[in-house]
Design a protein around this ligand. Structure first.
Ligand SMILES: [Zn+2]
Length: 164
C-alpha cells in the first residue's frame, strides 16, 4: 500500500494556519488547520458540522465560487479541507478565510439544517462554531502558520517518502 501523502505530515509540530497539502490535476488542496492536533481539544462534531455548512455557503457565494470544488471537515475534527480549481496563494486563501469567518460571526442560524438538506440536521452547534471561528480568526490575523514540517516515512522497499 502506498503511504497517503497527508499521513507524512508531522502532526506533532502542526500549528493552526492554512497549508497547501496537495497539488494535482489542476486542483489545489488547502488544509485549514483550526486546532493544534493532539494538544488542544478537537472541535465538537456539532461545531465542525455547522462550520462546514457556513463555510461552504460563504465560499460558494464568494467571488471565487466558480473555482470551489469542495469544502469539508477533516475526520480528526481539527480542521477543514478546501479544494480549488487552479492555484490561489496561501495569502489569498488567508484573506478569503478571514472574510468568511467574519461573516460567520454575524450569523444567527446555520443554513440548510432541515432533514431534506442535511444528513444529520440535529447535529449542529452554532455557539461553539462561532467560538472556534473567533479563535481561528484571531490566529489567522496574529499568529499565522503555513509551512508543513514533513515527516520521513520509510517505505517497505527502503525508499524514504517525505513529499506531502
Ligand atoms: Zn449537514
Amino acid at each position: 500500500m502506498e503511504v497517503v501523502q497527508s499521513f507524512t505530515i508531522d502532526h506533532t509540530h502542526l500549528k493552526p494556519g492554512i497549508y497547501i497539502s496537495r497539488e494535482d490535476k489542476g486542483f489545489t488542496t488547502y488544509d485549514l488547520r483550526i486546532t493544534e492536533p493532539n494538544k488542544e481539544p478537537a472541535m465538537g462534531p456539532g461545531a465542525i458540522h455547522s462550520l462546514e455548512h457556513l463555510m461552504a455557503t460563504w465560499f460558494r457565494n464568494s467571488e471565487v465560487k466558480d473555482d470551489v470544488v469542495y469544502v469539508g471537515p477533516m475526520g480528526c475534527l481539527t480542521g477543514m479541507y478546501i479544494i480549488m480549481i487552479g492555484k490561489y496563494s496561501v495569502e489569498d486563501m488567508r484573506q478569503l478565510t478571514i472574510r468568511c469567518l467574519e461573516w460567520i460571526l454575524t450569523q444567527n442560524e446555520v443554513p440548510a439544517t432541515r432533514p431534506e438538506a442535511c444528513g444529520n440536521y440535529l447535529l449542529h452547534d452554532l455557539p461553539m462554531c462561532k467560538w472556534e471561528s473567533k479563535r481561528y480568526l484571531d490566529r489567522l490575523k496574529n499568529d499565522f502558520h503555513c509551512e508543513y514540517t514533513k515527516l520521513e516515512v520509510k517505505l517497505d522497499d527502503g525508499k524514504v517518502f517525505a513529499d506531502a
